[in-house]
Ligand binder design. Sequence first.
Ligand SMILES: *[C@@H]1O[C@H](CO)[C@@H](O)[C@H](O)[C@H]1NC(C)=O
Ligand SMILES: *[C@@H]1O[C@H](CO)[C@@H](O)[C@H](O)[C@H]1NC(C)=O
Length: 785
Amino acid sequence: MQTDYMERELPQIVTLMLKACVLLALVPFICNSQANSEQLDKPVSREIANKENPGFISIDCGSIIDYLQEDTGIWYKTDKGFVETGENHVTSSIINLNYLYFGKQLTTLRCFPEGDRNCYTLKPKEGKNKKYMIRAFFSYGNYDGKNQTQSFELYLGVNLWKKINFTNTDHYTFTEIIHTPSTDTINVCLVKTGPIIPCISSLELRLLNNSIYQNHQMISTNDPEPLLESQARIDVGPSPCLANATSDSDAPPILNAFEIYKLMTQLDSPTSPQDVGAIMDIKSSYQVYKLNWQGDPCLPTQYRWEGLVCKGDTIPRITSLNLSSSKLTGKINISFSYLTELEFLDLSYNELEGPLPEFLAHLPNLKVLNLTGNKLSSPIPKDLKQKADNKTLELSVAGNPDLCMTGSCKKKNIVVPLVASFSALFLIILIISLGFRIFKRQKALYIHVVPPARFNSKKRGSLKSKHHAFSYNEILNITDNFKTIIGEGGFGKVYIGILQDHTQVAVKMLSTSSKQGYKEFQSEVQLLMIVHHRNLVSLIGYCDEGEIKALIYEYMTNGNLQQYLLVENSNIINWTKRLKIAVDAAHGLDYLHNGCKPPIIHRDLKSSNILLDENLHAKIADFGLSRAFGNDNDSHISTRPAGTFGYVDPQFQRTGNTNKKNDIYSFGIILFELITGKKALIKAPDETIHILQWVIPLIKGGDIQNIIDARLQGEFNINSAWKVVEVAMSCISQIAAERPDINQILVELKECLSLEIVQRNSGSARDIIELTTLSTGPEITPSAR
Ligand SMILES: *[C@@H]1O[C@H](CO)[C@@H](O)[C@H](O)[C@H]1NC(C)=O
Ligand SMILES: *[C@@H]1O[C@H](CO)[C@@H](O)[C@H](O)[C@H]1NC(C)=O
């Protein structure tokens, strides 16, 4: 009813009002829509302006430079990276588009003479399921001198957003929509509907918080959020053109402004995100250039990507992909394996090389696979051959000179290679014997560092020998298709998994965004798998299949120390347990620093990297990753800072040098977290302060009762408490050289623990037994140093 009214009655009112008040209406929008409005309250200078404007994407289409719009503080970017097609134009200089605030964006435009659908791809950092306002400006400005009425369509993803229609004398038009995308990318597409070439002047995205534009009509949570298309935004208040108070009123009007939106249901859902991700990856890794490979791959059907067939009533899936003669080079990309509904795959007449990957055999629905005319090489994976033999798959591999389907392939001339291979044989023997010596020496080194208990453990033994390297399919199996996320860290998401022998594991999928750091993935990971200690989280295996990199760790039931220390956690860890956790962690760090050669510097030690097992024994996680993936050699493109804010040694921040003392500083911060039960960064109502800013004044004041976590209710030994505080203080010394080595810290922490246990009469026999085991430190073998 209401919508009907709006549709029929509004346009007239709206255009009237807009014509009169367009400037007034727009100015408040530009200001109010700022997700971060304090930006405008302060004067903006080129130096202090954040080049990114958090929550904003602002594109001045057709512009050739990025620039700061001084009066709004908004940085505008060129089209680069947002759209792959089109050409830049400038409006005719006779037409005055010099409007306040957005005039500059109107003077350049990007036009799309080729292709029926051309799309901008927006990837807001905040990702999917967030509310965004998207706005597009169109000015024609008679750029082509034809004085034509503009007419084309604008799509948001797979749904028609608006039919754009305006004349040269209209100068410009714009449209806004509020959208909560279900995918991380948003496509805004211009669609040609007649002879007119579509052009756009600016495209903007603003993150909105949830305080306004709530929709209460959603029937089911599975339905996509409806779109809200802006119809009008009227500033009534001090407007000279609309004073809404009557002559007999002695009060000013109480309506300041209003906005009107039209509810638009999203008729079609986009293609399955899994398929979109895969096909986008294929497109970018092979640099496929096909004019209409833009926007959603399957929808609207008339603009479906060339070479694709899709099916599915609710969520389209890609069932057929024809990339024949598409100049593909390199190996067959793992991304094809994500297209799990694929029935037909034609990769013929390209320059693909390397062996046939096994995953092609595991595409569950694949019926036709055409690889004719490439440079692929043998062997053909067994499963693939089997499928071809029993005719469940129509496989064509002709025209690949190095690929043999059957045993009857032409044998190469073997006389000449034979002579050559004799001399090569000597070389090989030489290399093998040399390698064997090196191998023996390395083995001797590592035998010292692997605790004997591990060798005796049958379960781990079999894991070590069989499951070092997992295939991507195995990872899918283990994690039950990535069913349960248990954490997300700097390197990627962590999922729970179960191995065939029912061992629970944690599977860390390394995010592809940090792939520069993966150069030596295998060798680093194999090294880390040798590092075993009771107080280090064991790395069980890894997956290294193309883009897919994963690490498989032992699972730690009680999560991480930071979560466990949180105020909300009802399991308050008592003082003795805290000391034990500190001793455990010190053992682990001592092993990394002093038991491994060369020493392993953790570089990202923090309470969320201390994991707790079912008995609250602590183990250090994520060691060695900074070195393996932290881009030591090319720090200027480092995707990940060495360390986490709050734990990073100020010395390191100044000098950039990494050494053991950086870890000691971070360890000190963790001790303070254990002591106080507070986080490294304490959130106060109006500011965030560092734990040291809070604790040091209390220490100077000798106020131990207020330092120790109040939740312990005084249940601790004062002497042991002071001693731990002293140890923690020595770790965070400003002069790095004054910070003790971890083995010294370990000795002192053990003393604190014995003070606590022995002096407390309640110290049970079990506690004392555990303490003795701790003190012997059986896993550190001096000869490994
Ligand atoms: C453009 O066309 C309109 C009619 O659509 C006309 O009124 C106007 O004078 C023309 N302008 C120019 C510069 O030719
Ligand atoms: C696949 O694409 C090629 C080249 O564009 C074309 O010649 C061939 O007929 C296509 N195959 C099918 C089954 O459509």
